[in-house]
Design a binder for this molecule. Structure first.
Ligand code: CUA
Length: 329
C-alpha cells in the first residue's frame, strides 16, 4: 500500500523498511504526509523565488504603497480562496489517510494469532511462549523467534518501570506499564533478524535494552520452539560437570534458571538455552566465550547499574563455568 517510498536508510531497524502489514500501514501514512508537505514546501519556495526575482529592482528602495485595481483585487481573492480550498483538501487527505491506516491496524486477525508474552525489565526482555502443557512453556530472553507470515499477538507488561516495545520494521511502538497488560498485533512477512529497542526512557541503561525479532518459516520456527522447550543437556565431560557445580555453588543460582538443574530463580534471564542466543546483555555484546567471561566477572564495567553483580571466582572455575554454559544450546 506504499505510495512512494520515502528516501532513506533501509536497514533492520527502521520504519522506512517495513516487513509486515503493521509497519506498511505506518509507512503509507508517513509517506503520504511526507510527500504532501515536501510538495507544499517546494511550491512555497518557488513562489518566493519568483516574487524576489520579479521585484529585485525595487527591493532596495522604500516599498511603494500597494495600489490595487478592481481587477487585481479579484485575482488576489481568487488566489487566496483557491489556496484555502487546496489546504483544506490536503489536511483532509492526511486525516483520511490516518483514519484508514488506524482502521487497518486495528483489523488484524486476533483469533488466529500466535501469542507471545513479553515482559520488560531493567534492562532486558523476558519472553514466554505459553503452552497448554505448562512444562512445555518456553522462556527465553531478548531474541524473539516468530513464525513468518502468521499474525502475532504480543502480550506485554513490565516487571518494574515503564518500557516501550518497538521493532520499527514490524509495527509501531507499544508502552509496557507495570501492573497493566497490553496487546499489540503484528506480523512479519520477510525472513530475517529485525532489531528492536526500548523506546521509553527507563533508567541508566535504557539505550542498552534492545532485542531481535527473528522471523523464520513455520517449520524452522517449530524446530526452534521444540529445542527451546527441552530441558538443558546433562554434562558430558568432567570439565562441564565441574562447570555446572560452579554455577550451582555460586551466586548464579540466586537469579537464573537452568531447566533440568536445581537452579530456578526468575530474577534474571533463563539460561537453559543461553548458547543458542546470538547476543548477551540485551543485544550489547555478541555471545562469544570471551564476552561471556567478561560479563560474568564484572558486568558492571560493561553495563553499569544493571542487576548482574560482579562474581569472584578462580580462573579455573571461570573456564569450567564457560565450558558448561557453552553446552547450553
Ligand atoms: Cu526499557 Cu527504556
Amino acid at each position: 500500500m506504499i505510495l512512494f517510498h520515502v528516501p532513506g536508510f533501509r536497514g533492520n531497524q527502521t520504519s522506512l523498511n517495513p516487513v509486515g502489514p503493521g509497519a506498511e500501514h505506518i509507512e503509507f501514512e508517513f509517506a503520504l504526509i511526507f510527500w504532501i508537505t515536501v510538495i507544499v514546501y517546494c511550491i512555497v519556495l518557488i513562489a518566493l523565488v519568483v516574487y524576489v526575482v520579479r521585484r529585485r529592482h525595487s527591493l532596495n528602495i522604500m516599498p511603494e504603497p500597494i495600489r490595487t485595481t478592481p481587477e487585481s483585487d479579484r485575482r488576489a481573492r481568487h488566489a487566496v480562496g483557491a489556496a484555502m480550498v487546496v489546504t483544506v483538501l490536503l489536511v483532509f487527505t492526511m486525516l483520511i489517510g490516518s483514519f484508514v491506516s488506524g482502521h487497518a491496524l486495528g483489523k488484524m486477525n486476533r483469533q488466529s494469532a500466535y501469542t507471545i508474552d513479553v515482559y520488560g525489565h531493567q534492562w532486558w526482555w523476558e519472553v514466554h511462549y505459553p503452552n497448554d502443557e505448562p512444562d512445555k512453556t518456553v522462556v527465553t530472553a531478548n531474541e524473539i523467534h516468530v513464525p513468518m507470515g502468521v499474525p502475532l499477538r504480543i502480550h506485554g507488561t513490565s516487571r518494574d518501570v515503564i518500557h516501550s516495545f518497538w521493532a520499527p520494521n514490524v509495527q509501531g511502538k507499544r508502552d509496557l506499564m507495570p501492573g497493566y497488560d497490553t496487546d499489540v498485533m503484528m506480523q512479519i512477512d520477510q525472513p530475517g533478524r529485525w532489531r528492536g529497542q526500548c523506546a521509553e526512557y527507563c533508567g541508566e541503561q535504557h539505550a542498552h535494552m534492545s532485542f531481535y525479532m527473528v522471523a523464520e518459516p513455520a517449520q524452522q520456527f517449530q524446530q526452534w520452539l521444540a529445542q527451546q522447550a527441552a530441558a538443558s543437556v546433562s554434562p558430558s565431560s568432567p570439565q562441564v560437570t565441574r562447570g555446572q557445580q560452579v554455577f550451582l555453588s555460586h551466586a548464579c543460582v540466586m537469579c537464573h534458571t537452568i531447566r533440568g538443574t536445581p537452579a530456578g530463580s526468575r530474577v534474571g534471564p533463563d539460561l537453559t538455552h543461553l548458547a543458542s542466543r546470538s547476543t548477551i546483555a540485551a543485544g550489547v555484546l555478541p555471545n562469544t566465550i570471551g564476552n561471556l567471561g567478561g560479563w560474568i566477572l564484572n558486568a558492571q564495567s560493561i553495563k553499569p547499574g544493571c542487576r548482574m553483580p560482579p562474581n569472584h571466582m578462580t580462573g579455573t572455575e571461570l573456564q569450567d563455568l564457560l565450558a558448561y554454559l557453552e553446552t547450553l544450546k
